[in-house]
Every structure is written in structure tokens, then in C-alpha cells.
Design a protein around this ligand. Structure first.
Ligand SMILES: [Zn+2]
Ligand SMILES: [Zn+2]
Length: 497
């Protein structure tokens, strides 16, 4: 009897001093999908589509441990990259309809969502309202102040009395955007009075920042330090994007930065235990620690997703919602004619200005295809394209409609400065820096005259450089066509298998 009494006293003391709580947190992260929701025709190892992504998140959430929470987030740039994103009347309208079916716990806007007013309006009228505050855009606004491109923050209840997670969402401080959006810098947005309300939320144990900002950008560290200055005892997870790289950083033992690739190549998978101590830490608030973290990239192949979700084979993998998403994608691909063959490439062209393993698409377009379509009149032509205008390699073999959108999702217009002095153009070229020019520019004698063709998205920039070099001397005209149209009508027709 005495023994039982002693045991119960010991147990009472232990449980009283041991009211620390701990949970396992799994964070799944996608970013910069740019319309790649239908696998990769030319990279067959990446065969998972958005239906498989649904299945993966669904199974990870349904098969979680009792003491675990599985959270899925995306950090923007859903548009500009494939026909499913850009061949629809409103850019991204189909992508965002399908993304609504993914059980994300939070999303934030990307800069490519602001490239067309149609997409901006669709987000304000349709996407942001659907997510009921979980689609975040703290520093991006609609010009119409009665409309919102996203919420400012929200909270997630964590299990096992661990408290709440605060979730914020940011966009890069500077990017090109269409007229219906207004962008604040990150540092301006950190002055928002909303933060007082957010930080006074009781029982916060974790801060998650969805950042469509690349990890080395000083704004990422600015945001993390801002969070730490208000909540020094709370771990901060920064989910980043925009650079299209995969990388992680651990600025302190309790903070984690994860940037998870692009074009549906990987899913970032971060796991840790969130341990809340009963004893008070700094500023008399409970100390919360991130312990035993592990991180991995799960390739977007069906096999890798299935393995990561605990399946030994594909048996039982499909879900009714996953299958419905796949069916919607296949129907849309047929409707937009995206698998129609439009040509055949004899070799693999790299999307970069200097091809290391493959020939550069720039060299072919600027030196072979463009000169053929702009037939020389009295004057020769010099052509230019901005760096990163091509977004995907052109693969050897059959070219289908969708390849056109993957290689050139932007469809910039073209303009021409007629009768430009080669000496002036060479100076403008050095001022433009990252623009790529046709190779004939170097061969021109300074006293020669040429017509100079450029993409009109750069019009203000190019015009300002001419003003610097030869004030008031040059004005450009629209050519009346676009890079993608010329690509379809001239570049592809010049390639034969
Ligand atoms: Zn991107
Ligand atoms: Zn971006």
C-alpha cells in the first residue's frame, strides 16, 4: 500500500514537472511551378503531375503519426511556363482552378502572376477569395483598393497544446508588373500595423514565412530578423523561391530556410520536432525549440512520391480527387491542342546564351532564323533578345505546340530602330549589359548604318540608352509581330529532322 502511494507521488511529481509538450511537424513545399502540372514530356524521369501531387499531400496527411502535423505550402509563380498556363484566354485561369483542389495550408503570390492584368484580376476576383485568407500577398496590392490580391497573415492551430503557427507571405521588392498591381518593398510592408495584431496572438509557437524571394536576397534575412525581434523564443521557417534553385540554410539552430526548385522538379520536405518548454525563456515567454530536423528533396517522379508516402508500389496510390485532376488536365491539353506536332528539331538547343553541352538557342534564333525572316532591304539588321527570354531547352525530335510555350512563355512584341549608326549601337549594347545580340554587331564598321530589332518589353530601357548615347536622334517603331509568332512561323520551319 505504502509502495503504491509512493509510486503515485513520484508519478505526480514527474508529470507536474514534465508538462513540456512536443509535436512532429512535417512541411511540404512547392514553388515556381510555372504551369508545369502535367509531368515533363522531354524529361520522362519527372513523370508526376498535379494529380500525383494531390495524392502525395493527401497520403502524407492521412498517414501521419498521431503526434504529427503535416502542412503543405506553395510560394508562387504558378504561371508563365507552359500552354496550360499561357494558352488559355486569361493567363493561369486553368492552373489556379486545379490548384484550388490541392490541400495546401497556405500559398503566396509570385511575380509572374503580376505580368498581365487578366491574371491580376483573376487573382483578386477568384483565387484570393477562394482561399479565405490563406493566399497571401502582403506587399502586392490591386490598384482598385476595394480588391485584394491576398491576405496579410493567418494562424494554424498546432496539435497537443503546442499553440499556434503564424503564417506571413511576401513577394520580391522589385519586379516588372502590369498596370493593375502596385508593389511595396518588403521593408515598407514590415511597417504594416497588422503586425501588432499578429504578434499579440496568444500562444504562438512557430512562425512560417512564405516568401516569393530568393534565399540570398537581403530581404529574406530582414524578414527573419524582424520576426525574431518580436518573437525571440519562437523558431522561424522561411520557405523561399524565385531563383529556381534548391537550397537550404540554417541561420540559427532554431530557424530554417528552404528553397524548393522549379517547374515541379522537387517537393521540399522538412521535418522537425517542435518542443515547447514549460520554463520561461527570454522575455518571460515559453521557449520553443526546433529539434532533430531532417530535410530532403523528393523528386517529382511517381515512384519517388509513392516511396516517400510509404507505398511499395503504385497499388492503392490513386485517389478520386487525384484522378479527377488528371482527367481535367488531359481534357484541357486536348482542348488547347498542346500535343499537336508543329515541327522537328535535328538537335538539342540550350536555353542559355552560351551552350556548353548543346548549341545555344540564342545563336540559332539571332544568327540564322531571324535574318531569314527579316529579309535584308537596303540595310542589314542587328537583332537582340533579353537574357532569360527563353525558359526551356528545345529538345531533339518532334516539337509539339506546348514546346512553343515552354521555350517562350512571354511572347514579347518586337520593335525596330531604323537606320542606326553602328558606333552608337555598339555603345548602347555595352550599356544594356545582359541583352544578347546577333554576332554580326561585332563585325560592323563604326560608320555603317543598320536596323536594330529588340523586344518591346525593354522599350523604355533601350530608348533611354539611345538618349544617353545620341540624344533625340532615334525613335523606334513596332514591327507588328511577337517573338512566339516568329518562333512558330520561322524558327521551327527552319529546323528539319
Ligand atoms: Zn519563378
Ligand atoms: Zn519569381
Amino acid at each position: 500500500m505504502v509502495f503504491i502511494f509512493l509510486l503515485s507521488v513520484i508519478f505526480a511529481i514527474r508529470s507536474e514537472s514534465n508538462d513540456d509538450s512536443q509535436i512532429k511537424v512535417t512541411i511540404l513545399h512547392t514553388t515556381d511551378m510555372h504551369g508545369w502540372i502535367n509531368g515533363h514530356l522531354h524529361e520522362p524521369e519527372l513523370d508526376a503531375d498535379l494529380g500525383d501531387l494531390y495524392n502525395y499531400i493527401y497520403w502524407k496527411k492521412s498517414r501521419k503519426d498521431p503526434n504529427e502535423i503535416v502542412l503543405a505550402f506553395d510560394t508562387g509563380d504558378y504561371t508563365q511556363g507552359t500552354g496550360l498556363s499561357d494558352a488559355t484566354p486569361v493567363q493561369g485561369e486553368f492552373i489556379f482552378e486545379q490548384v484550388k483542389r490541392i490541400p495546401y495550408d497556405g500559398l503566396c503570390i509570385g511575380n509572374h502572376e503580376l505580368r498581365s492584368n487578366g491574371c491580376i484580376d483573376n487573382i483578386a476576383n477568384n483565387v484570393a477569395p477562394f482561399w479565405r485568407g490563406k493566399y497571401l500577398a502582403l506587399n502586392a496590392r490591386h490598384v482598385d483598393s476595394s480588391k485584394q490580391l491576398g491576405g496579410k497573415y493567418f494562424t494554424i492551430d498546432l496539435p497537443n497544446n503546442v499553440g499556434k503557427a503564424l503564417v506571413f507571405g511576401f513577394l520580391v521588392s522589385s519586379c516588372t508588373h502590369d498596370t493593375k498591381s502596385v508593389l511595396l518593398t518588403v521593408s515598407q510592408s514590415l511597417k504594416d500595423p497588422m503586425f501588432n495584431q499578429a504578434f499579440s496572438t496568444p500562444n504562438v509557437s512557430l512562425i512560417i514565412c512564405l516568401c516569393h524571394i530568393d534565399t540570398p536576397n537581403p530581404d529574406v534575412e530582414l524578414i527573419r530578423k524582424f520576426m525574431k525581434s518580436h518573437k525571440p523564443n519562437i523558431p522561424v521557417v522561411m520557405l523561399t523561391g524565385h531563383s529556381h534553385l534548391t537550397r537550404i540554410e540554417t541561420p540559427t539552430p532554431d530557424d530554417y530556410v528552404m528553397e524548393s526548385g522549379f517547374y515541379s522538379n522537387v517537393i521540399g520536405n522538412l521535418q522537425f520536432h517542435l518542443s515547447k518548454s514549460a520554463s520561461k525563456g527570454r522575455y518571460f515567454e515559453p521557449l520553443v525549440e526546433m529539434v532533430d530536423y531532417t530535410q530532403s528533396w523528393v523528386d517529382m517522379s511517381k515512384e519517388a512520391l509513392q516511396q516517400s508516402a510509404g507505398f511499395n508500389s503504385s497499388s492503392g496510390w490513386d485517389t478520386p480527387m487525384g484522378s479527377s485532376i488528371k482527367a481535367a488536365i488531359h481534357k484541357k491539353v486536348a482542348e488547347l491542342n498542346l500535343t499537336r506536332q508543329i515541327g522537328c528539331s535535328p538537335k538539342h538547343f540550350s536555353m542559355f546564351p552560351k551552350g556548353f553541352f548543346f548549341s545555344s538557342l540564342y545563336d540559332f534564333v539571332l544568327d540564322t532564323a531571324f535574318p531569314k525572316m527579316f529579309k535584308k532591304q537596303q540595310l542589314d539588321y542587328v537583332f537582340s533578345l533579353p537574357n532569360l527570354v527563353f525558359r526551356y531547352d528545345l529538345y531533339k525530335g518532334p516539337i509539339v505546340e506546348d514546346d512553343l510555350y515552354a521555350v517562350d512563355p512571354f511572347n514579347y512584341g518586337l520593335g525596330v530602330f531604323p537606320s542606326v549608326s553602328a558606333a552608337h549601337l555598339k555603345k548602347v549594347a555595352s550599356l544594356l549589359g545582359s541583352t544578347v545580340f546577333s554576332s554580326n554587331l561585332k563585325k560592323l564598321a563604326d560608320d555603317e548604318k543598320v536596323n536594330f530589332v529588340f523586344t518591346t518589353n525593354e522599350a523604355a530601357n533601350v530608348q533611354s540608352k539611345f538618349e544617353q548615347v545620341a540624344p533625340g536622334q532615334y525613335k523606334w517603331n513596332a514591327v507588328g509581330t511577337s517573338v512566339r509568332t516568329l518562333f512558330r512561323d520561322y524558327v521551327i520551319s527552319n529546323l528539319k529532322c
